[in-house]
Write a protein that binds this ligand. Sequence first.
Ligand SMILES: [Zn+2]
Length: 356
Amino acid sequence: MGFARGHHTGLWMILGSLFVTLFLAAGCGRNDAMAESGSTVDAPDAAISAAVTILSPISVTLTVTPLATNRAEPAVATQPATATAKATPSATATTADVSLTALLPTPTPTATPLPTPAYAPTPDGEVRTLRVPVLMYHYLSVPPADADIYRLDLSVPPDLFAEHLDRLLAEGYTTISPYELAEALQRGAELPEKPILITFDDGYRDNYENAFPLLRERRMQATIFVVTDFIDEERPAYLTWGMAREMLANQIAIESHGRNHAGLAEKDDDYLVWQALGSLETIEHELGVRPRFVSYPAGEYDQRTIDVFRSAGYWAGFTTEQGTEQTNAAPFELERIRVRNTTTADELIRLLSLDW
Ligand SMILES: [Zn+2]
Protein backbone atom coordinates (compact mmCIF):
# COMPACT_ATOMS: atom_id res chain seq x y z
CA MET A 1 0.00 0.00 0.00
CA GLY A 2 2.74 2.37 1.00
CA PHE A 3 4.64 1.63 -2.17
CA ALA A 4 1.57 2.06 -4.35
CA ARG A 5 0.78 5.38 -2.78
CA GLY A 6 4.35 6.57 -3.05
CA HIS A 7 4.50 5.49 -6.65
CA HIS A 8 1.30 7.34 -7.39
CA THR A 9 2.51 10.50 -5.67
CA GLY A 10 5.80 10.32 -7.49
CA LEU A 11 4.08 10.06 -10.83
CA TRP A 12 1.96 13.10 -10.12
CA MET A 13 4.95 15.09 -8.97
CA ILE A 14 6.81 14.25 -12.16
CA LEU A 15 3.81 15.17 -14.30
CA GLY A 16 3.31 18.33 -12.27
CA SER A 17 6.94 19.24 -12.65
CA LEU A 18 6.81 18.70 -16.37
CA PHE A 19 3.78 20.91 -16.64
CA VAL A 20 5.28 23.71 -14.62
CA THR A 21 8.67 23.41 -16.23
CA LEU A 22 7.06 24.02 -19.58
CA PHE A 23 4.89 26.73 -18.07
CA LEU A 24 7.90 28.42 -16.47
CA ALA A 25 10.09 27.88 -19.48
CA ALA A 26 7.68 29.80 -21.65
CA GLY A 27 7.72 32.77 -19.29
CA CYS A 28 11.42 32.57 -18.59
CA GLY A 29 12.40 32.31 -22.21
CA ARG A 30 10.13 35.10 -23.24
CA ASN A 31 11.58 37.46 -20.70
CA ASP A 32 15.12 36.52 -21.61
CA ALA A 33 14.36 37.12 -25.25
CA MET A 34 12.70 40.42 -24.41
CA ALA A 35 15.66 41.53 -22.36
CA GLU A 36 18.11 40.64 -25.08
CA SER A 37 16.25 42.20 -27.95
CA GLY A 38 15.06 45.16 -25.93
CA SER A 39 11.67 44.50 -27.42
CA THR A 40 8.41 44.25 -25.58
CA VAL A 41 6.70 42.48 -28.47
CA ASP A 42 5.92 38.81 -28.01
CA ALA A 43 7.39 37.59 -31.29
CA PRO A 44 6.94 33.92 -32.23
CA ASP A 45 10.65 33.81 -33.05
CA ALA A 46 11.38 34.68 -29.47
CA ALA A 47 9.28 31.75 -28.29
CA ILE A 48 11.15 29.36 -30.55
CA SER A 49 14.58 30.54 -29.51
CA ALA A 50 13.34 30.47 -25.93
CA ALA A 51 12.38 26.82 -26.35
CA VAL A 52 15.95 26.11 -27.38
CA THR A 53 17.50 28.06 -24.56
CA ILE A 54 15.45 26.29 -21.92
CA LEU A 55 16.29 22.76 -23.06
CA SER A 56 18.87 22.27 -20.36
CA PRO A 57 16.62 23.37 -17.45
CA ILE A 58 14.08 20.81 -18.64
CA SER A 59 16.54 17.96 -18.67
CA VAL A 60 17.85 18.94 -15.23
CA THR A 61 14.36 18.97 -13.76
CA LEU A 62 13.44 15.67 -15.32
CA THR A 63 16.43 13.83 -13.99
CA VAL A 64 16.38 15.41 -10.55
CA THR A 65 12.72 15.22 -9.67
CA PRO A 66 12.28 11.43 -9.36
CA LEU A 67 15.24 11.29 -7.00
CA ALA A 68 13.91 14.17 -4.94
CA THR A 69 10.53 12.46 -4.82
CA ASN A 70 12.04 9.29 -3.40
CA ARG A 71 13.90 11.23 -0.77
CA ALA A 72 10.80 13.22 0.10
CA GLU A 73 8.68 10.13 0.70
CA PRO A 74 8.73 10.23 4.53
CA ALA A 75 8.02 13.95 4.51
CA VAL A 76 5.04 13.44 2.24
CA ALA A 77 3.69 10.73 4.51
CA THR A 78 4.09 12.68 7.76
CA GLN A 79 3.29 16.19 6.58
CA PRO A 80 -0.36 16.55 5.67
CA ALA A 81 -1.04 18.36 2.46
CA THR A 82 -3.24 20.76 4.39
CA ALA A 83 -0.15 22.43 5.78
CA THR A 84 0.73 23.65 2.31
CA ALA A 85 -2.86 24.52 1.56
CA LYS A 86 -3.17 26.65 4.68
CA ALA A 87 0.14 28.32 4.07
CA THR A 88 -0.92 29.43 0.63
CA PRO A 89 -4.44 30.72 0.99
CA SER A 90 -4.22 32.33 -2.42
CA ALA A 91 -7.56 32.97 -4.00
CA THR A 92 -6.12 31.73 -7.27
CA ALA A 93 -5.33 28.16 -6.24
CA THR A 94 -4.93 26.62 -9.65
CA THR A 95 -3.26 23.57 -11.09
CA ALA A 96 -0.20 25.70 -11.52
CA ASP A 97 -0.02 26.39 -7.77
CA VAL A 98 -0.16 22.71 -6.91
CA SER A 99 2.42 21.86 -9.53
CA LEU A 100 4.68 24.66 -8.34
CA THR A 101 4.75 23.04 -4.94
CA ALA A 102 5.57 19.71 -6.55
CA LEU A 103 8.40 21.29 -8.50
CA LEU A 104 10.08 22.73 -5.46
CA PRO A 105 12.59 20.31 -4.03
CA THR A 106 12.24 19.42 -0.37
CA PRO A 107 14.64 21.61 1.64
CA THR A 108 17.86 19.78 2.36
CA PRO A 109 18.41 19.59 6.11
CA THR A 110 21.49 21.78 6.30
CA ALA A 111 23.09 22.89 9.53
CA THR A 112 22.40 26.59 10.02
CA PRO A 113 22.32 28.76 13.11
CA LEU A 114 19.16 30.48 11.91
CA PRO A 115 15.90 28.73 12.72
CA THR A 116 14.38 27.97 9.35
CA PRO A 117 11.42 25.63 9.83
CA ALA A 118 10.61 23.54 6.76
CA TYR A 119 6.96 24.52 6.89
CA ALA A 120 5.16 27.84 6.80
CA PRO A 121 3.90 29.19 10.08
CA THR A 122 0.25 28.23 10.12
CA PRO A 123 -2.19 31.06 10.68
CA ASP A 124 -4.55 30.12 13.50
CA GLY A 125 -7.18 32.62 12.48
CA GLU A 126 -6.04 35.17 15.02
CA VAL A 127 -5.06 38.60 13.74
CA ARG A 128 -1.87 39.77 15.38
CA THR A 129 -0.32 43.19 15.10
CA LEU A 130 3.13 43.62 16.57
CA ARG A 131 5.30 46.65 16.89
CA VAL A 132 8.58 45.40 15.47
CA PRO A 133 10.85 47.93 13.77
CA VAL A 134 12.70 46.75 10.67
CA LEU A 135 15.65 48.93 9.71
CA MET A 136 16.46 49.22 6.02
CA TYR A 137 20.08 49.79 4.99
CA HIS A 138 21.70 49.64 1.55
CA TYR A 139 25.41 50.50 1.10
CA LEU A 140 27.55 50.11 4.19
CA SER A 141 30.59 52.19 3.27
CA VAL A 142 31.91 55.72 2.96
CA PRO A 143 30.43 56.92 -0.33
CA PRO A 144 32.95 57.75 -3.09
CA ALA A 145 33.80 61.43 -3.59
CA ASP A 146 31.85 61.55 -6.85
CA ALA A 147 28.75 59.88 -5.40
CA ASP A 148 25.45 61.26 -6.66
CA ILE A 149 22.74 62.20 -4.17
CA TYR A 150 21.14 58.75 -4.34
CA ARG A 151 24.32 56.85 -3.65
CA LEU A 152 25.15 59.32 -0.89
CA ASP A 153 21.72 58.95 0.68
CA LEU A 154 21.90 55.15 0.55
CA SER A 155 25.38 54.92 2.08
CA VAL A 156 25.95 54.50 5.81
CA PRO A 157 29.67 54.64 6.78
CA PRO A 158 30.91 51.74 8.94
CA ASP A 159 31.74 54.02 11.90
CA LEU A 160 28.18 55.32 11.94
CA PHE A 161 26.79 51.81 11.62
CA ALA A 162 28.86 50.72 14.63
CA GLU A 163 27.36 53.63 16.56
CA HIS A 164 23.88 52.51 15.52
CA LEU A 165 24.53 48.97 16.72
CA ASP A 166 26.03 50.02 20.04
CA ARG A 167 23.17 52.42 20.67
CA LEU A 168 20.58 49.75 19.87
CA LEU A 169 22.22 47.39 22.34
CA ALA A 170 22.42 50.13 24.97
CA GLU A 171 18.72 50.83 24.50
CA GLY A 172 17.92 47.16 25.10
CA TYR A 173 17.06 46.07 21.55
CA THR A 174 17.56 42.47 20.48
CA THR A 175 17.99 41.67 16.80
CA ILE A 176 15.78 38.89 15.46
CA SER A 177 15.51 37.05 12.15
CA PRO A 178 12.56 37.35 9.76
CA TYR A 179 11.77 33.73 10.68
CA GLU A 180 11.24 34.73 14.31
CA LEU A 181 9.05 37.62 13.18
CA ALA A 182 6.96 35.27 11.01
CA GLU A 183 6.57 32.77 13.84
CA ALA A 184 5.46 35.54 16.17
CA LEU A 185 2.98 37.01 13.70
CA GLN A 186 1.51 33.75 12.48
CA ARG A 187 1.63 31.60 15.58
CA GLY A 188 2.10 33.94 18.49
CA ALA A 189 5.65 32.81 19.27
CA GLU A 190 7.36 34.88 21.95
CA LEU A 191 9.78 37.61 20.96
CA PRO A 192 12.43 39.32 23.06
CA GLU A 193 11.33 42.48 24.84
CA LYS A 194 12.52 45.01 22.25
CA PRO A 195 12.85 43.07 19.01
CA ILE A 196 14.30 44.70 15.92
CA LEU A 197 15.33 43.55 12.44
CA ILE A 198 18.34 44.91 10.60
CA THR A 199 17.94 44.48 6.85
CA PHE A 200 20.06 45.35 3.83
CA ASP A 201 18.66 45.64 0.32
CA ASP A 202 20.58 44.81 -2.89
CA GLY A 203 23.37 42.65 -1.43
CA TYR A 204 26.33 44.99 -1.87
CA ARG A 205 29.77 43.59 -1.21
CA ASP A 206 30.39 46.22 1.46
CA ASN A 207 27.72 44.48 3.54
CA TYR A 208 30.14 41.57 3.85
CA GLU A 209 33.29 43.66 4.14
CA ASN A 210 32.03 46.27 6.58
CA ALA A 211 28.70 45.37 8.18
CA PHE A 212 29.25 41.67 8.75
CA PRO A 213 32.33 42.02 11.02
CA LEU A 214 30.58 44.68 13.14
CA LEU A 215 27.45 42.54 13.49
CA ARG A 216 29.44 39.40 14.19
CA GLU A 217 31.55 40.83 16.98
CA ARG A 218 28.35 41.98 18.68
CA ARG A 219 26.55 38.68 17.97
CA MET A 220 23.75 40.52 16.20
CA GLN A 221 21.51 39.14 13.49
CA ALA A 222 20.67 40.73 10.16
CA THR A 223 19.01 39.94 6.85
CA ILE A 224 20.37 40.66 3.38
CA PHE A 225 18.04 40.73 0.37
CA VAL A 226 20.13 39.75 -2.64
CA VAL A 227 19.68 40.17 -6.40
CA THR A 228 20.54 36.69 -7.61
CA ASP A 229 21.49 37.49 -11.22
CA PHE A 230 23.97 40.13 -10.03
CA ILE A 231 25.73 37.53 -7.87
CA ASP A 232 25.65 34.94 -10.66
CA GLU A 233 27.21 37.53 -12.99
CA GLU A 234 29.98 38.08 -10.42
CA ARG A 235 29.50 41.82 -10.38
CA PRO A 236 32.30 43.28 -8.25
CA ALA A 237 30.03 45.65 -6.29
CA TYR A 238 27.89 42.75 -5.08
CA LEU A 239 28.35 39.76 -2.80
CA THR A 240 29.69 36.45 -4.00
CA TRP A 241 27.91 33.20 -3.12
CA GLY A 242 30.91 32.31 -0.97
CA MET A 243 30.41 35.48 1.09
CA ALA A 244 26.70 34.75 1.35
CA ARG A 245 27.40 31.21 2.59
CA GLU A 246 29.83 32.46 5.22
CA MET A 247 27.36 35.03 6.50
CA LEU A 248 24.48 32.56 6.50
CA ALA A 249 26.52 30.38 8.84
CA ASN A 250 26.86 33.39 11.14
CA GLN A 251 23.39 34.71 11.88
CA ILE A 252 22.78 36.53 8.60
CA ALA A 253 19.67 35.48 6.67
CA ILE A 254 20.02 35.63 2.87
CA GLU A 255 16.64 36.32 1.25
CA SER A 256 15.31 37.43 -2.13
CA HIS A 257 15.36 40.84 -3.77
CA GLY A 258 14.32 39.32 -7.11
CA ARG A 259 16.49 38.17 -9.99
CA ASN A 260 17.51 41.47 -11.54
CA HIS A 261 16.10 44.30 -9.41
CA ALA A 262 13.30 45.07 -11.86
CA GLY A 263 10.13 46.52 -10.35
CA LEU A 264 7.45 43.92 -9.60
CA ALA A 265 4.30 46.03 -9.98
CA GLU A 266 2.01 45.73 -13.01
CA LYS A 267 3.74 42.61 -14.33
CA ASP A 268 2.08 39.42 -15.60
CA ASP A 269 2.13 36.07 -13.81
CA ASP A 270 4.80 34.50 -16.03
CA TYR A 271 7.20 37.32 -15.33
CA LEU A 272 6.51 37.29 -11.59
CA VAL A 273 6.96 33.51 -11.37
CA TRP A 274 10.29 33.93 -13.15
CA GLN A 275 11.36 36.50 -10.53
CA ALA A 276 9.93 34.68 -7.51
CA LEU A 277 10.84 31.09 -8.28
CA GLY A 278 14.03 31.92 -10.14
CA SER A 279 15.57 33.81 -7.23
CA LEU A 280 14.25 31.25 -4.73
CA GLU A 281 15.73 28.28 -6.56
CA THR A 282 19.06 30.00 -7.12
CA ILE A 283 19.43 30.87 -3.45
CA GLU A 284 18.39 27.37 -2.38
CA HIS A 285 20.80 25.81 -4.88
CA GLU A 286 23.71 28.00 -3.78
CA LEU A 287 23.10 28.06 -0.04
CA GLY A 288 21.12 24.89 0.66
CA VAL A 289 18.39 26.88 2.38
CA ARG A 290 15.18 28.02 0.75
CA PRO A 291 14.51 31.75 1.15
CA ARG A 292 11.07 32.64 2.51
CA PHE A 293 11.10 36.43 2.39
CA VAL A 294 11.19 38.99 -0.37
CA SER A 295 12.01 42.67 -0.32
CA TYR A 296 10.33 44.29 -3.33
CA PRO A 297 12.93 46.08 -5.49
CA ALA A 298 12.35 49.84 -5.34
CA GLY A 299 9.39 49.01 -3.11
CA GLU A 300 7.24 48.27 -6.17
CA TYR A 301 4.59 45.57 -5.87
CA ASP A 302 0.86 44.98 -6.25
CA GLN A 303 -1.66 42.29 -5.32
CA ARG A 304 -0.54 40.07 -8.21
CA THR A 305 3.04 40.26 -6.94
CA ILE A 306 1.88 39.15 -3.52
CA ASP A 307 -0.21 36.27 -4.91
CA VAL A 308 2.62 34.89 -7.04
CA PHE A 309 5.27 35.14 -4.34
CA ARG A 310 2.93 33.47 -1.85
CA SER A 311 2.20 30.68 -4.32
CA ALA A 312 5.92 30.19 -4.92
CA GLY A 313 6.43 29.44 -1.24
CA TYR A 314 7.34 32.79 0.27
CA TRP A 315 6.01 33.61 3.71
CA ALA A 316 6.19 37.39 3.78
CA GLY A 317 7.32 40.51 1.94
CA PHE A 318 9.09 43.66 3.06
CA THR A 319 8.07 47.00 1.59
CA THR A 320 9.59 50.47 1.74
CA GLU A 321 6.49 51.77 3.51
CA GLN A 322 7.63 53.63 6.59
CA GLY A 323 6.38 52.23 9.87
CA THR A 324 6.88 49.69 12.63
CA GLU A 325 3.49 48.00 12.86
CA GLN A 326 3.56 44.50 11.40
CA THR A 327 0.44 42.40 11.04
CA ASN A 328 -0.33 38.87 9.90
CA ALA A 329 -3.39 40.34 8.21
CA ALA A 330 -0.92 41.61 5.59
CA PRO A 331 2.30 39.58 5.90
CA PHE A 332 3.40 40.61 2.41
CA GLU A 333 3.28 44.28 3.33
CA LEU A 334 5.67 44.52 6.24
CA GLU A 335 6.87 48.03 7.03
CA ARG A 336 10.40 49.32 7.48
CA ILE A 337 12.33 52.37 8.59
CA ARG A 338 14.73 53.82 6.04
CA VAL A 339 18.19 54.52 7.44
CA ARG A 340 20.05 57.24 5.58
CA ASN A 341 23.57 58.60 5.37
CA THR A 342 22.40 61.43 7.64
CA THR A 343 20.77 59.18 10.26
CA THR A 344 22.79 59.68 13.42
CA ALA A 345 22.45 57.30 16.37
CA ASP A 346 20.28 59.89 18.13
CA GLU A 347 18.10 60.25 15.07
CA LEU A 348 17.78 56.46 14.80
CA ILE A 349 16.51 56.21 18.37
CA ARG A 350 14.14 59.11 17.70
CA LEU A 351 12.76 57.31 14.64
CA LEU A 352 12.26 54.18 16.72
CA SER A 353 10.32 56.11 19.33
CA LEU A 354 7.91 57.61 16.81
CA ASP A 355 4.33 56.48 16.85
CA TRP A 356 4.24 55.76 13.09
ZN1 LIG B 1 16.96 47.47 -4.04
